[in-house]
Design a protein around this ligand. Structure first.
Ligand code: ARG
Length: 464
């Protein structure tokens, strides 16, 4: 079959070259957007008198037929038509004859592909924003049940200070909030229309780019045709926001894996989110958070891959840029698939309050509070720190926790100790006392959840 661009060539394309240069195996994912873009373009061509109304109508009818076949999965792509743009054009010509060849008037595949990808990412970014919202809602709902559930808080994965489990979970809400804001912000830059840039320099036809922007729902048009066809920042931005999101999800997943281990047992993931072992009948493996943790790798890979493709490319379009797609598609699928699982997994997990309570009763994470106690009685913090270090060492030697030492023990380290030390050391008190803004005291956590819900409502309104 002869190529749509075959006029200048004397020889057939080498088969291997055809395979190397073709992108149809993957860019067929842009079929819907490609037809959508063509419909707007041809309508503008007709309205501007660049083609006749009659031809415009024929082409629109033809594109609609191609679209119906796409819906029914009846399109058979041909690798010798290289990419989605030339495949769709070939289908159109098949439907309505040579008049279909008028569709490509005043445009190039270069501004066409950029437009398709803007449309595609705009759609999926909106989708992802809503999916992040669902995960955030699941976090808020678990958190509301666990404001008073205490868990050891860690630094260096060593017990540090007890915290409310809701406080720990809500930290992820705020990470996701920033992720979501990054995607929302990127919509602003996805809202620029490349179509009308032509191959690189614009076109000789009196096109109306504003009209196409209006038809496709773009707020702006790229003011520089060379930038319009060579820009892939919007994909880099998407991959970068996605890498950050996946990095956060990976951290949460790691915690879920640790927390569901026999050693911790802080949470139990629902059976429907775990798998078994083919040899060890007792196993219930947290495969889902493990895989979500691992999938961060491919998203990071796509980001670095595209940055590397783009670095050093001269203006304007270069075939290198065709390599922007697989990483983008893979990332969209990875991120959407991940978020889809994460929300119900968080919602359905069981929190073992008793195990958590036992854990905090068996550590020295209330030590800072004894230091603060001495400070309120007038001792400089550094001096208090030194004394408490010695008290902890003494307790460890006696095989006791801080609440189990008797008053004489305390007083042998400082005469400032009194009976009230035991109230200060109780874990509810330890957590409740951290009532500074953004702290783990129930009052602060409630405040935080209230703010989080306001953020969710506000975003809902924005998406709607
Ligand atoms: N399939 C190409 C891509 O994805 C479309 C643009 C091709 N333009 C060209 N001049 N070869 O980049």
């Amino acid at each position: 079959m002869s190529k749509l661009w075959g006029g200048r060539f004397k020889k057939e394309t080498n088969k291997l070259v055809e395979e190397l240069t073709a992108s149809i195996s993957f860019d067929q994912k842009l079929a819907k957007e490609d037809i959508q873009g063509s419909l707007a373009h041809v309508q503008m061509l007709g309205e501007s008198g660049i083609i006749s109304t009659e031809d415009m109508e024929k082409i629109i009818a033809g594109l609609n037929k191609v679209s119906e076949k796409l819906e029914k999965d009846e399109l058979e792509y041909n690798v010798s038509n290289e990419d989605i743009h030339m495949n769709i054009e070939a289908f159109l010509i098949e439907e309505i004859g040579p008049v279909g060849g008028k569709l490509h008037t005043g445009r190039s595949r270069n501004d066409q592909v950029a437009t398709d990808m803007h449309l595609y990412l705009k759609n999926h970014t909106q989708n992802i924003i809503e999916m992040i919202e669902s995960v955030q809602a699941a976090i808020v709902s678990q958190s509301e049940d666990h404001i008073y559930t205490l868990i050891p808080g860690y630094t260096h994965l060593q017990r540090a200070q007890p915290v409310s489990f809701a406080h720990h979970l809500m930290a992820y809400f705020w990470m996701l909030q920033r992720d979501k804001e990054r995607y929302i912000d990127s919509l602003e830059r996805l809202n620029w229309l490349p179509l009308g840039a032509g191959a690189l320099a614009g076109t000789t036809f009196p096109i109306n780019r504003e009209r196409v922007a209006e038809l496709l729902g773009f707020d702006n048009i790229y003011p520089n045709s060379m930038d319009a066809v060579s820009n892939r920042d919007f994909i880099v931005e998407f991959l970068s926001a996605s890498s950050m999101l996946m990095m956060h999800i990976s951290r949460l997943s790691e915690e879920l894996v640790i927390w569901s281990s026999e050693e911790f047992k802080f949470v139990e993931l629902d059976d429907s989110f775990c798998t078994g072992s083919s040899i060890m009948p007792q196993k219930k493996n947290p495969d889902v958070p493990e895989l979500l943790r691992a999938k961060t790798g491919r998203v990071n890979g796509s980001l670095v891959g595209l940055l590397t493709v783009l670095k050093g490319l001269p203006l304007a379009y270069n075939k290198d840029m065709q390599e922007d797609k697989e990483g983008m598609f893979d990332t969209v699928e990875t991120v959407e698939g991940t978020l889809q699982l994460l929300a119900p997994m968080i919602e359905s997990m069981t929190v073992n309050e008793e195990v958590m309570r036992k854990a905090i009763n068996q550590d020295y994470s209330n030590a800072t509070d004894i230091a603060d106690y001495l400070v309120t009685k007038g001792m400089p913090f550094r001096e208090a720190h030194e004394i408490i270090g010695k008290i902890v060492l003494n307790a460890i030697d006696q095989g006791k926790y801080l609440l189990e030492l008797n008053l004489e023990d305390y007083q042998s380290f400082s005469p400032l100790f009194d009976d009230d030390i035991y109230e200060v050391l109780a874990h509810e008190q330890v957590v409740g006392a951290r009532n500074s803004q953004g702290g783990t005291a129930p009052e602060q956590v409630q405040q935080q959840i209230k703010l989080a819900k306001e953020k969710l409502d506000k975003c809902q309104a924005l998406v709607e």
